[in-house]
Write a protein that binds this ligand. Structure first.
Ligand code: ADP
Ligand code: MG
Length: 252
């Protein structure tokens, strides 16, 4: 078998091949195959417990897969710690619960990793942070602490913070599901802008309006498997799969 690590295709951002993940005896991910090209936007949906977070977390090694291959930007995730560091620098992640550092200002949250990991001088890191805070439309909050912001604002800081590492891929794990309804669109709007800028994005979300607007492909997971993948227009109107249709009937 020709291996990607030996012949990286620069157009491919992510390739997962025959990947399995267990928690003890529990088979959480089953034979996952997924290829994402640069600039592609993938929406992942599926019932609670179907393995969406676990799959996303395997991509930047917050979870370790047990078999199969994960190749991110031409670098294979294996026991090589250098590879893991390299991939984490290039892959940004936004979580459901923001995960900002509560004792640091918005600006400090944004400059920390670029200064520590990318070794940017403070002034350059701050300039970049302000640029991204403008992009997520909250430059005026730079000196506040996360606890002083609304949920929607905190999540936009989390997005800005991730962007400050200038990642090539962004992973989102239900970024709006902890938000009050009136704040969901301010976060989705930022994600739409990011998509329009050409970012490679893998988004776990049940916001199907977002999927329709942005996704190149929608992936449906159930019980640890990818059951179906299709462009949004097909996925929403002409799914052939009974489990997909049942899921859609519950959320639409
Ligand atoms: P989803 O994000 O689709 O709701 P998850 O990926 O969080 O699903 O979980 C998939 C399955 O793996 C669930 O059954 C969950 O209970 C199990 N699981 C997730 N994380 C762990 C863990 N750290 N230890 C044991 N089981 C886990
Ligand atoms: Mg989850």
């Amino acid at each position: 078998m020709a291996t990607l690590a030996q012949s990286p295709n620069p157009d491919i951002a992510l390739r997962i091949e025959g990947m399995n993940k267990y928690f003890g005896n529990f088979h959480a991910l089953r034979n996952i195959d997924l290829t994402v090209t640069r600039g592609e936007k993938i929406v992942v949906c599926g019932p609670s417990g179907s393995g969406k977070s676990t799959m996303i977390r395997c991509i930047n090694r917050l979870e370790e897969h047990n078999s199969g291959r994960i190749v991110v930007l031409g670098t294979e995730l294996n026991d090589d710690v250098g590879n893991i560091d390299e991939i984490r620098r290039e892959v940004g992640m936004v979580f459901q619960h923001f995960n900002l550092f509560p004792h640091m200002s918005v600006l400090e949250n944004c400059v920390l990793a670029p200064m520590l990991v990318r070794k940017l001088p403070r002034q350059q890191a701050e300039e970049m942070a302000l640029r991204f805070l403008e992009k997520v439309r909250i430059p005026e909050q730079a000196s506040k602490y996360p606890g002083q912001l609304s949920g929607g604002q905190q999540q936009r800081v989390a997005i800005a913070r991730a962007l400050c590492m200038q990642p090539q891929i962004m992973l989102f794990d239900e970024p709006t599901s902890a938000l009050d309804p009136e704040m969901i669109s301010e976060v989705l709007d930022v994600m739409v802008t990011l998509a329009a800028d050409g970012m490679t994005m893998i988004c776990v979300t049940h916001e199907m309006g977002f999927a329709r607007r942005v996704a190149d492909r929608v992936i449906f997971m159930d019980r640890g498997e990818i059951i179906e993948e299709a462009p949004p227009e097909t996925f929403f109107t002409a799914s052939q799969n009974e489990r997909t249709r049942q899921f859609l009937s519950q959320i639409l």
